[in-house]
Design a binder for this molecule. Structure first.
Ligand SMILES: [Mn+2]
Length: 421
């Protein structure tokens, strides 16, 4: 953070869902990452060179209000249970914050200013500037806390990995539950319910992002979340869903036949994506970048597009002229952690950064063949295949965190629908 620096974060407020009801509270990712506290409205100030470096402002204890909206920790437990050196009720922000920020040279805060603190901080800065003749000093530099913490979150320490592994274990359990119970005639929302039931019944806070459950042609819509169509024998089902644990999230995609058996054409297409997935995972090492992984997966997918009869050009021409785009239109990786698309840099100095021990990334090649493409083999129309694993980069190579979710053809054919046999 630099010398004479402070960091200030707001945990966010309840958001209206409709009229006078609110969404369940989800704490700010950075706030929860640093404190473990998930109360709306709380404010965190860290000043490393202050005698009391860690200050929390929290809602005051109020039995009448808590009767309606839930228990609060209150200022005392903010110190006892959350390790704050100093704590105050939220109402004291106006009184305490100017003194806490007086003399700070660099103030780290989320930037651009979208959060509820920004007007207050502007006013405090103005006030400190006005009182400079009496010795007060406003912050000189305002720096983006999202960058500071996005980078910190890239390096998963043992505590982060413990939470992330649990999130991923529950994510895999949700996928296995879906596979086990899937059969023709069910609706996508029934599968969604089974997946999310599995998350919740194991104590997860729920999905870390909207679950994508798309059968047949719906799987060609990358962010399909309607999940309201019936599933038919002969279709593939794509599920992209992850459980949140301690506000870390898993991110797994699996694709399998609704009936439990791939057609030969579906299997050929599936094996292309699986080969890309496996090859991509192999490159999740400190010698490579995610651009290397994307390039490798793309080439395998393009070779497959030729073999499957989707395209006739040479692989080089397919890549050069981006002829693959109707069938593969997204990148292959993203960082994973507290946010499903975690917050660290992808490029540094305009260059894709090398992977480092402690990074967690997804590897998620896919193949999407819209039913409306009428100049391709019929058995391939109207399907979407994506196979997404979560991978930890270690000094010894990639560690696949998602092995509990089956992805081999034989495993899937044995498991899908087995609850009904
Ligand atoms: Mn993903």
């Amino acid at each position: 953070m630099g010398a004479s620096a402070a960091l200030i974060l707001h945990n966010g407020n309840l958001q209206t869902r409709a009229n006078d009801t609110e969404f369940r509270f989800r704490p700010d990712s950075n706030f929860h990452y640093l404190t473990g506290l998930s109360e709306p409205g709380a404010v965190l100030v860290i000043r490393p060179d202050h005698p009391q470096p860690f200050t929390l402002f929290v809602a005051p204890l109020d039995p009448a209000a808590e009767r309606w909206s839930g228990r609060r920790i209150g200022p005392q437990r903010a110190r006892e249970d959350f390790g704050a050196d100093a704590s105050f009720p939220l109402g004291d922000l106006g009184k305490e914050l100017p003194a806490l920020l007086d003399g700070v040279k660099t103030l780290w805060m989320p930037y651009p200013h979208q959060d509820p603190l920004s007007t207050r901080i502007q006013a405090i800065s103005r006030g400190l500037r006005g009182r400079n003749r009496y010795g007060a000093h406003p912050p000189v530099y305002y720096a983006d806390a999202n960058i500071l913490l996005g980078e910190d979150r890239m390096y998963k320490d043992p505590g982060a990995m413990q939470s992330l592994r649990r999130a991923i274990a529950l994510s895999a359990a949700g996928h296995v539950e879906a596979m086990t119970h899937c059969r023709p005639g069910m609706y996508e929302y029934e599968i969604e319910a089974l997946v999310e039931y599995t998350f919740r019944r194991n104590g997860s806070t729920g999905p870390g992002y909207n679950s994508i459950v798309g059968g047949g042609n719906n799987a060609t819509i990358l962010h399909y979340i309607d999940n309201n169509a019936q599933l038919h024998a002969g279709e593939l089902l794509l599920i992209d869903a992850g459980a949140e644990w301690d506000y870390f999230t898993g991110d797994i995609t699996r694709t399998f036949p609704v009936s439990g058996s791939f057609t030969p054409a579906q299997r050929d297409a599936y094996e292309v994506v699986l080969a890309a997935n496996r090859a991509g995972i192999e490159l999740a090492t400190t010698a490579h970048t995610i651009d290397d992984i994307h390039t490798c997966c793309l080439r395998i997918l393009c070779e497959g597009m030729r073999e499957l009869g989707l395209l006739n050009e040479s692989v080089d021409e397919i890549i050069e002229r981006e002829l693959y785009k109707p069938f593969y239109m997204h990148r292959t990786n993203h960082w994973l952690g507290v946010d499903v698309h975690d917050a660290g840099y992808y490029c540094v100095d305009r260059t894709p950064r090398k992977l480092e021990p402690g990074f967690v990334l997804t590897v998620e090649p896919g193949l999407y063949i819209d039913a409306a493409y009428d100049d391709i083999p019929e058995g391939l129309r109207g399907l979407g295949i994506r196979i997404e694993d979560d991978v930890l980069v270690t000094r010894d190579g990639p560690e696949v965190l998602t092995t509990a979710a089956p992805k081999q053809v034989a495993e899937l054919e044995a498991l899908v629908g087995s609850a009904h046999r």
